[in-house]
Structure formats: structure tokens, C-alpha cells
Design a protein around this ligand. Structure first.
Ligand SMILES: Nc1nc2c(c(=O)[nH]1)N[C@H]1C(S)=C(S)[C@@H](COP(=O)(O)O)O[C@H]1N2
Ligand SMILES: [Mo]
Length: 394
């Protein structure tokens, strides 16, 4: 053994002595009580975000055992606005929580028994999953796609299950210490006068940050707050005909002659007695209905508008489809996963499921889907397909 090797254990011990331990972090804000309060806030936000995320996933990947209802018409708007808002509010909460509990990562012994080891191991998926979800959600609504080398919805969805599983383990492991920390009898850390923020001040700062972030984005869906929404990527009153657009006509790869009013035709075929082929003039001659419905983008922004057009159920009846028929609506757009949109029985037969020709009393702008777009109650914006030229009945 060389001299250097002989000194190795000694040198390692030296390094260990220089590492911080739990006591090195002296701020009284690293208290169990602060961690417990932030943990509860984060638990509520994450659970709401998870459940509303499942709703959105179910709309876009309809399960075979459950048909999503077409009512209440504005339900998806509430659910998805909550999803995005709770996700955004979770960012400062998570950062504050990680900062508060950070000294515990240096606690010795690092492992004290099997249960403790498992509880600590579950922190890896919990922290990594939370950071991943909030990061991918944020860059998705900010249209910053380059770091996303995977399909966003699949990655975000599976990470959510992993994170919620780890959260359940974490909450079970911490429930008694949380209860104790919040009980009136628990001694609270005392902040000496002049020593900086106290616990109340710290929590108020975090709450104010979460509130400010919410206000700076929630105007994308709550119209009267739009002036405050400096961080919202889309505003409900900016765009052609006064409404925002995600996929512009120029980005959809559709030839101008395909949407020429004189040449355009809509076909209704598939499982029908009598396939239909209708020109724009034919469609205008059919009974027209008007409805006020929201477009709620999965990214959080939304607006409500007055739509006028032909009922899908009337077209199905005219083509001689079954009472229980379902349908897929197809766009002139050539590629992309959002060029088709499925309607289950309920959705296809709802009186407000329209192929709209007009928005607020005017023909649709090209960017809003001229000549025809789908508009139906209680569904994500990605399923309100534009530039429709085909309905396939099944
Ligand atoms: N054919 C087609 N329709 C589409 C899309 C698309 O990419 N292709 N994007 C959708 C998305 S993501 C949303 S939120 C709504 C937005 O509606 P608007 O652009 O008319 O406001 O349209 C939807 N319709
Ligand atoms: Mo969207």
C-alpha cells in the first residue's frame, strides 16, 4: 500500500467533516411547521392538477368503458383552466417547499431502517417527477418545444402517475409529523427580532408570488382580468375576428383552392344509408342553429363566442345513420394528429354540436376554419377541428 492510499480513509473523513449537516442550516424557516403548511398547499394544488389532467387525457384518449358526456357545456373550460392555473401556482410552492426541507437531505444517518429508506427513495420520483411536470407544462404553454424530444402528452401523462404514486407514499409517511407540526401544542421556531423574514412573512411572500403568477396568466381565460395577464401567451380578444388562433390557415398546409367557396364540398359517408355530398350553398340552405360555446385550449386560454351553422345530428339523420351512430370529423389539413376529431354518440347527437359557418354573425375567417369548423359543448380546443370537409359515420 502506498503512502497516498493509506491516507485515503483519513482524507475521505476530512471531506465528510466539511460537508454540511442538518445543523448547518440555521434559518428557523427550515421548520417542520413551514414544511407542513407548504406541503398541504402543494398537496391540494397537485391533486387538483392531477384530477383535471386525467379529465383532459380522457377527452383526448377516450376510454372504451366510459363515454364522456357532452354536458355541462362549460365543464371542460373550468377543468382545464384549473389544471393550468394550479400547475402555474405550484411552481413557487414547490420551490419554497424544496428550500424549506433542503437541510433534511443532509440529515445523518442517511438511512435508518427499511421504511425510512423507502420513504427517502420515494423522494426521487416525487421531486424529479414534480420538476419534470411543471417544467414540461410550462414550456408547452410557452410554445418552447425544442427541449421536448418526446411526445408531450404521453410524457406528461405517465410522469403524472409516477409523481402521484410517490406523493401518496410521501403523504402517508409524513401524515403524523404534519399533524403534530400543525397542532397548537407543537413548539414553533422562534425568529429573533431583526433576523429577517418570519414564518408568516415567508409564507405570505410565497402566497403572493403564487397569486401574482396566477393573476398574470388567468386573464387568458377570465376576460375581465385580461389586462393583468402580462405573462399569458394568448389573450381572449387578440386575433382575427377578435379571437385568438393556435393553428393559422397558413400553417395547416391546405391549398387555397380547397377552401374556395365555389368548389368546396362536405361529404358525409361511412355507415350511412345514403352518403351526402354538400356544397357550401347546400349547407347554407339547411336549417341553421345558433349557440354560444367556449373554445378552451388545453394550454389554458379560452374564449366564448356565438356560433351559427348546421347540426351534426341533422346531417346524420339526412344521411340515414343509426340513432346510436358515432362520427369522426375530418379536416382538409393533410398531416398532424389534430386533423380528425371523434364524436361519441352523446356528442354527435347534442343539439349544440354544430358544423359552424359563422362566428359572431360573420362568416368564419380563414384562420378560424373557413368554410366549416366543428364546435361542440364540453370538449378541448384541439378537438374543435377547423377546415372540415368530411364526416365519417361509424
Ligand atoms: N384542423 C385543425 N383544427 C384545429 C387545430 C389544428 O391544429 N388543426 N388546432 C386546434 C386547437 S389546438 C385549438 S385550441 C383550437 C383553436 O381555435 P381557434 O384557432 O379557432 O381559436 O382549434 C383547434 N382546431
Ligand atoms: Mo389548443
Amino acid at each position: 500500500m502506498s503512502n497516498r492510499d493509506a491516507r485515503l480513509p483519513e482524507r475521505l473523513a476530512g471531506v465528510r467533516d466539511r460537508l454540511p449537516d442538518e445543523e448547518s442550516f440555521t434559518s428557523p424557516l427550515h421548520s417542520t411547521r413551514t414544511a407542513a403548511i407548504l406541503g398541504i398547499a402543494l398537496g391540494i394544488a397537485f391533486t387538483t392538477c392531477f384530477l383535471t389532467g386525467l379529465v383532459s387525457h380522457a377527452h383526448q384518449h377516450p376510454p372504451s368503458w366510459f363515454a364522456l358526456p357532452s354536458r355541462p357545456a362549460g365543464l371542460y373550460r373550468i377543468s382545464q383552466s384549473l389544471h393550468v392555473a394550479t400547475g402555474i401556482a405550484s411552481i413557487p410552492l414547490l420551490l419554497a417547499k424544496l428550500w424549506t426541507v433542503f437541510p433534511l437531505f443532509w440529515k445523518r444517518p442517511a438511512v435508518a431502517g427499511v421504511a425510512h429508506a423507502l420513504e427517502r427513495l420515494s423522494l426521487i420520483p416525487l421531486v424529479a417527477g414534480s420538476v419534470f411536470l411543471l417544467f414540461t407544462g410550462t414550456i408547452n404553454i410557452a410554445y418552447w418545444y425544442s427541449p421536448m424530444t418526446f411526445f408531450f402528452t404521453a410524457g406528461h401523462y405517465w410522469a403524472a402517475w409516477l409523481t402521484i404514486g410517490a406523493l401518496i407514499v410521501h403523504v402517508s409517511a409524513k401524515s403524523s409529523i404534519t399533524r403534530l407540526a400543525l397542532s397548537a401544542r407543537a413548539p414553533d421556531a422562534v425568529v429573533p427580532a431583526g433576523a429577517g423574514l418570519g414564518r408568516r412573512g415567508f409564507l405570505a411572500t410565497i402566497a403572493a408570488t403564487a397569486g401574482a403568477l396566477t393573476l398574470a396568466t388567468v386573464g387568458q381565460t377570465i376576460g375581465p382580468l385580461r389586462r393583468l395577464s402580462v405573462l399569458a401567451p394568448r389573450l381572449p380578444d387578440r386575433g382575427p375576428q377578435g379571437y385568438p388562433v393556435n393553428r393559422a390557415f397558413s400553417a395547416a398546409g391546405i391549398a387555397a383552392e380547397d377552401v374556395d367557396a365555389g368548389r368546396f364540398t362536405l361529404t358525409v359517408d361511412g355507415n350511412v344509408a345514403e352518403p351526402l355530398r354538400l356544397t357550401l350553398e347546400d349547407l347554407r340552405q339547411l336549417p341553421q342553429y345558433e349557440t354560444t360555446l367556449p373554445i378552451q385550449c388545453v394550454e389554458g386560454w379560452s374564449y366564448s363566442a356565438r356560433w351559427r351553422g348546421v347540426r351534426v345530428r341533422d346531417l346524420l339523420a339526412q344521411a340515414g345513420a343509426d340513432q346510436g351512430a358515432q362520427a369522426t370529423v375530418e379536416s382538409l389539413q393533410r398531416g398532424g394528429i389534430y386533423r380528425t376529431s371523434p364524436l361519441n354518440r352523446d356528442q354527435a347527437h347534442d343539439r349544440d354540436t354544430l358544423l359552424a359557418l359563422e362566428l359572431d354573425g360573420e362568416p368564419l375567417a380563414l384562420d378560424h376554419g373557413f368554410p366549416l369548423r366543428l364546435i361542440a359543448p364540453n370538449r378541448p380546443g384541439v378537438q374543435q377541428t377547423k377546415w372540415i370537409n368530411k364526416v365519417v359515420v361509424s
